[in-house]
Design a protein around this ligand. Structure first.
Ligand code: SF4
Ligand code: SF4
Length: 165
């Protein structure tokens, strides 16, 4: 089953489209992942990045391209992305755990240090994580950026917090 059939991205889709950071880069420190696969007219990722690490270009329907060497993993682009398609992953954190930062636009009551259930791109609970950081500034316009510490094997899969119906 591919993306067109399921509507759910996989790491394999991103790797095939050459849109996933290299393992070498992820092990050096936090780096953005642009999970944006539709040619829509949109470029806040490019204009928000203080390090010019994302390129869309004059035709704003181009897919964004990340320069993984320029990216510092600062997370600024996450809240700027209207498609909630930007994440920051970090596999340099330790041998056992890594982090994923993602946009979160629901009400929440969790705090730093809380244990929560972590969800994959399909919204399924895949592991437990610990809230490490919550950023909610005026500039981010109510898009909270949450950083979750999770087992290292799930860094490529976890993209949110599990929400029970
Ligand atoms: S994480 Fe920071 S440096 Fe990297 S692309 Fe996003 S805004 Fe730019
Ligand atoms: S801002 Fe988000 S949705 Fe828009 S082009 Fe950039 S990554 Fe894609």
């Amino acid at each position: 089953m591919n993306l067109q059939q399921t509507g759910i991205l996989t790491k394999a889709d991103l790797v095939e489209a050459v849109r996933y950071p290299s393992e070498e880069r992820m092990k050096k420190g936090p780096v953005a992942v642009c999970e944006c696969m539709q040619n829509i007219p949109c470029n806040p990722c490019e204009t928000s990045c203080p390090f010019q690490a994302i390129h869309v270009g004059e035709n704003i329907s181009n897919l964004p391209k990340l320069d993984e060497q320029k990216c510092t993993g600062c997370t600024t682009c996450i809240a700027a992305c209207s498609g909630l398609a930007l994440f920051v992953v970090d596999k340099s954190y330790s041998d056992e755990v890594g982090t994923v930062s993602f946009p979160y636009e629901y009400q929440y009551s969790f705090q730093i240090g809380d244990k929560v259930k972590a969800a994959n791109r399909a919204g399924k609970c895949v592991c437990e994580g610990t809230i490490k950081k919550i950023v909610n500034t005026k500039k981010s316009d109510r898009t909270t950026v949450v950083t979750l510490e999770i087992p290292i094997d799930f860094v490529d899969e976890v993209r949110s917090i599990y929400r029970q119906r």
